[in-house]
Design a protein around this ligand. Structure first.
Ligand code: ARG
Length: 576
């Protein structure tokens, strides 16, 4: 695919290709290899691009510093607006600021909503397993994190042109459904179930477990019996199980819609439970199943992964077995290039076991699977206490924003718009707080902090966008035609341009590392740069051409912000 088709074809990208071709001619090395070796110097004082010359030493049989010096001399003056300089074994390239400004801003303008789209993922199939709550158990903070991170990754790969398959591997099977069935028959209420199924089922689950804990062994036995009947497919039991599941899924969908999240599949554990026989048979054929105390296990001790239970002595299968079947099914169905499990750190062993088993079954595609881990959220609670339901978190965020609007947030927002804007700010605050740090780190959750307009917060980022739209409202729409980029010579303008040019690199890194925090970090930097720029680069009262150029610059900031927001799942509000 031609580079021009990507919104990420920036001045650096084009330059790399161009220079690599020239170096290939000078050295006899392969051009695409040379192109792949360019780096962006950490200290931009060293230039815009650098080529470490070590890799050329082998074929050229020369010291890397001498190679760098020779190349600098040969290349200087060959590309207008670009200067070459050797620094030890590095060949540094510097792009003339003016050239850079026009190239970067034109790339943003032409790229539009696709600016930042870097190559590597186009047409690839990426399956993402995320959110995956358990029916009748609380939607925990772990599920919240998985939902937010998984959605950002799904948006990211879709942005990069991948076919993304979003899977909600529901926890809809297991002996809790036997207990639930008993509890529903004892205390269930059809009306409540219909109205708030997630809460009602959860209450029933808590109630029956409490009774059992208090010593009611009979209920426990009834639960086991009910699950046995369910497993055997007794109609009445299956019908109730299906009702619980359907109503819960309906409710989940409603809440996901608030976050603009949808799934391609809700096939959960129950679905794979039915495919267990063939899967276990394949394991047996692969010769990896061992009998141990009446159970079927895979002995992974030589990999220090313990003994994995595939089928318990009572005949029932496990969470792990269902995941083996799910992996096979997904490969058959989607033929994925990448399969990501967005699941918390505590399940690390589970996924190591899963991958080890698939490897022993002889599936080469196991190397395409990854456990995308994350840490805990600490300190999150809502009015209902520390048990967190997603819907409650979003409601609470919204309510708190509404309260704050009377104080902190700008009050100009029309009454009838307030509810909507409060929802959008609240959602962004919650999502941002999750995506702010590297995912493996724990999240410290504090309502006041995440809703603040100051510091590293979602509302702070939103306020930048609202400010840019405010400028457009005041002085008019940004120009659509040509602009004199030489009027953007101020240091603050150049800094901003420099950062805009780095967006594709941030997208690339986020995609490579499965790390949305690279993008939140990038947007925070861009926000700070915008803040320090816009006061010294006024639009109103400036000469017409200067005003046009500045509006273009701010419009490019807006575009990059919006592209980042769409990927991360933040909401764009134009006033707040
Ligand atoms: N429902 C599970 C839990 O809450 C997470 C499922 C993760 N996905 C998977 N394929 N195992 O722990």
């Amino acid at each position: 695919m031609a580079d021009g088709e990507y919104g990420g074809a920036t001045v650096e990208g084009n330059l790399k290709k161009n220079v690599a071709r020239r170096i290939a001619r000078l050295t006899g090395e392969d051009a695409s290899l040379v192109e792949s070796r360019f780096e962006v110097p950490r200290d931009r004082g060293h230039g815009d691009l650098a080529l470490p010359c070590f890799f050329l030493a082998r074929t050229m049989r020369k010291d890397p510093s001498r190679i760098a010096a020779g190349l600098a001399e040969d290349l200087e003056g060959t590309i207008p607006g670009v200067s070459f300089e050797a620094a030890g074994p590095y060949l540094n390239l510097r792009i003339d600021a003016m050239l850079k400004t026009s190239e970067v801003l034109e790339a943003v303008r032409c790229g539009g909503t696709a600016f930042g789209r870097v190559p590597g993922w186009d047409g690839k199939t990426v399956v993402i397993d995320f959110s995956h709550p358990n029916i009748a158990k609380p939607f925990g903070v772990g599920h919240l994190r998985s939902t937010v991170i998984g959605n950002a990754l799904a948006n990211l790969y879709a942005f990069l042109g991948a076919r993304v398959v979003k899977i909600n591997h529901l926890g809809d099977w297991g002996k809790q459904f036997g207990l639930l069935d008993v509890a529903y028959r004892l205390w269930g209420d059809e009306g409540k179930l219909d109205e708030d199924p997630i809460m009602h089922l959860y209450e029933l689950y808590v109630r029956i477990n409490k009774r059992i804990e208090e010593g009611d062994a009979d209920l426990d036995e009834q639960g086991r019996e009910a699950f046995r009947r369910l497993e055997q497919g007794e109609e009445e039991y299956v019908r109730r199980w299906k009702l619980f599941r359907d109503l819960s899924v309906r409710e989940f969908k409603r809440v996901y819609a608030r976050l603009e999240i949808s799934f391609d599949s809700y096939k959960g554990e129950a679905f794979f439970n039915e495919r267990m026989k063939e899967t276990i048979e394949r394991m047996r054929k692969a010769g990896i199943l061992v009998r141990s105390e009446g159970a079927d296990v895979v002995d992974l001790r030589d990999e220090e992964l313990g003994v994995a239970i595939i089928r318990k002595s009572n005949g029932s299968t496990t969470y792990l077995t269902r995941d083996v079947a799910a992996a096979e099914y997904r490969y058959e169905t989607y033929g994925f290039d990448r399969m990501l499990y967005v699941v918390g750190q505590p399940q690390e062993l589970h996924f190591k076991q899963l991958f080890a088993i698939l490897r022993r079954m002889g599936y080469p595609w196991v190397e395409r699977m990854e456990h995308v881990r994350f840490g805990y959220i600490k300190g999150m609670s809502t009015r209902r206490g520390t048990i967190v339901f997603l819907d409650d978190v979003l409601d609470e965020a919204k309510e708190r924003v509404l309260k704050k609007m009377e104080g902190l947030y700008i009050q100009k927002v029309k009454e009838e718009e307030r509810e909507r804007i409060a929802e959008e700010i609240g959602i962004t605050a919650v999502v941002f707080s999750d995506l702010k740090n590297r995912r493996i780190k724990d999240v410290e959750f504090d309502w006041d902090r995440i809703l603040s307009l100051q510091g590293d917060t979602g509302p702070y980022l939103q306020s930048v966008l609202a400010r840019i739209y405010g400028i457009f409202r005041k002085v008019g729409d940004p120009p659509s035609g040509g602009v004199d980029y030489s009027l953007l010579g101020e240091e603050k303008a150049r800094e901003l341009v420099d950062l805009l040019g780095l967006f594709p690199a941030a997208v690339e890194e986020a995609a490579r590392e499965r790390e949305p925090s690279v993008l939140t970090g990038y947007l925070l930097k861009l926000a700070a740069s915008f803040h320090s720029a816009y006061t010294v680069l006024p639009v109103k009262g400036s000469e017409e051409n200067v005003a046009r150029a500045r509006l273009r610059l701010f419009d490019c900031v807006r575009q990059v912000f919006e592209n980042g927001f769409r990927i991360l799942g933040f909401r764009i509000v134009r006033e707040m």
